[in-house]
Design a protein around this ligand. Structure first.
Ligand code: C2O
Ligand code: CU
Ligand code: CU
Length: 457
């Protein structure tokens, strides 16, 4: 498939998007059609949930559930997903953390035309990297992600790892009241600060679940923060856990330590030694319990810590010849004009003096930086504000080099949690041509200016 952004903007609608006639697809659940090639049909549609006992929450889900169906693929293989839009508004799917061609990246007016209600779009790409990833729309994001259009994407390693057991834990804090009704996903005065938080924290759509795990085994827990706003301060008092991967990329295993801050969009793969049968641990967010992990009798011999996971095939940036670019993330709420706000244009944040306007389809025509294909780059990310920003880049994986606030063992990621007033350095090889979004993953920061396009030509 080849088309330019301009063709999309000029209204080349229907490209790869076909209307579903009557008697079209009848099954509701996304399901593998062909195990060998991992094909899925993934339907986005309203789904009623009971998050608050006795009350209905009118969520939106993928494959009849929210968070959405877990998609799986094997490293080096192709993932083909037919996305069917049964919502009453347009949508797309973006594959967070996956290095893929631009036309599969799911950004409306940049990589594809939006998928209209009743239409479908075929996503088809190779998963080069193994790890824990996720997917979500890139349209009307505060509402679409807020209502539940978020789901895990697991890319299995080529060869079996030393883990015999694993669980995916999708973390989301819902914007609902005591009756399960949605509350606003974006409140302007909160968007101008830390972001609009939800009230009810869940794992895999259940508040405070008890997860039964085989006693004495070492289990891989894939924790995915697919929330709009919340940074979870993960801790497991009394538990024996080691970090094996961050944001889909393996690290040299090390103890979890006191607390790990998992910002929106971020993932952590932990190895946990499950306690004896009948004993429990609590997985917490700061002092608050997220889940109870309970050992249940297992007939297997006790497990051991598996070796480190194999590295992903990511190009190593050469710092000696890298060009350095600086990006300042600024609070601009003081400049917000009442006229803009009245018109629904909220500009509270900017990158290097530029605020992205989510209602302007031409923003990506004015990239904030143009990189040379296969060039090596260091980005200096400077947070000029009191609020933290999980900074995410599409299309390429970067290496975190260091920070003026904390000690960093360099690692590859797609999202870096930039703390208040922190300056961090990242580096990567610009090996993927295209126009790539570069934004904060606190959704209401992204929708009120904190987004830019980085072009690689
Ligand atoms: Cu999960 Cu543009 O991002
Ligand atoms: Cu992304
Ligand atoms: Cu932010």
């Amino acid at each position: 498939m080849s088309f330019t952004r301009r063709q999309v903007l000029a209204g080349l609608a229907g490209l790869g998007v076909v209307g579903l006639g009557a008697g079209g697809v009848r099954y509701w659940l996304g399901r593998p059609e062909n195990v060998a090639t991992h094909d899925y049909e993934l339907i986005a549609a309203p789904v009623d949930m009971e998050l608050v006992p006795g009350h209905v929450t009118p969520a939106w889900g993928y494959g009849g559930q929210a968070p959405g169906l877990e998609l799986r693929c094997r490293q080096g293989e192709r993932l083909r997903v037919r996305f069917i839009n049964k919502l009453e508004q347009q949508s797309t799917i973006h594959w967070h953390g996956i290095r893929l061609p631009l036309e599969m990246d799911g950004v409306p007016y940049v990589s594809q035309a939006p998928v209209l209600p009743g239409e479908y779009f075929d996503y088809d790409f190779i998963c080069h990297d193994a790890g824990s990833f996720w997917y979500h729309p890139h349209t009307t994001s505060a509402e679409q992600l807020g209502r539940g259009l978020v789901g895990p994407l697991i890319v299995e390693e080529r060869e079996p790892t030393g883990f015999r057991h694993e669980r995916t834990l999708s973390l989301k804090t819902w914007h609902i009241d005591e009756q399960g009704a949605f509350t606003p996903f974006m409140v302007p005065r909160q968007a101008a600060r830390e972001g609009t938080r939800g009230r009810l924290t869940t794992i895999n759509g259940t508040p405070n679940p008890t997860l039964e795990l085989p006693a004495g085994q070492v289990v891989r827990l894939r924790l995915i923060n697919l929330d709009n706003t919340v940074t979870y301060r993960l801790n497991l008092p009394g538990g024996e856990a080691r970090i094996y991967a961050l944001d889909g990329n393996p690290v040299q295993p090390r103890p979890l330590g006191k607390e790990y801050w998992l910002g929106p969009g971020m993932r952590i793969d932990l190895a946990l030694r499950v306690p004896a049968a009948g004993e429990t641990l609590s997985l917490r967010n700061g002092p608050l319990r997220l889940a109870t992990l309970e050992g249940v009798a297992s007939t297997e011999a006790a497990g051991d810590w598996p070796p480190a996971l194999p590295a992903n095939p990511i190009a190593e940036p050469d710092l000696a010849r890298a060009e350095t670019l600086r990006f300042n993330f600024e609070w601009a709420a003081a400049l917000a004009s009442p006229a803009d706000e009245a018109a629904g244009r909220y500009k509270y944040w900017q990158i290097n003096g530029q605020a992205w306007d989510i209602n302007d389809k031409t923003c990506a025509d004015r990239p904030i930086a143009t990189l040379k294909k296969d060039g090596h780059y260091i980005f200096v990310l400077r947070n000029m504000a009191q609020y933290q920003h999980p900074i995410h880049l599409h299309g390429m994986t970067f290496k975190v080099l260091g920070s003026d606030r904390r000690k960093i063992v360099p690692y590859f990621t797609d999202t870096y949690l930039l703390g208040k007033n922190e300056t961090a350095r990242i580096a990567f090889v610009a090996d993927n041509p295209g126009v790539w979004m570069f934004h904060c993953h606190v959704i209401d920061h992204m929708e009120t200016g904190l987004m830019a396009a980085i072009e690689v030509v």
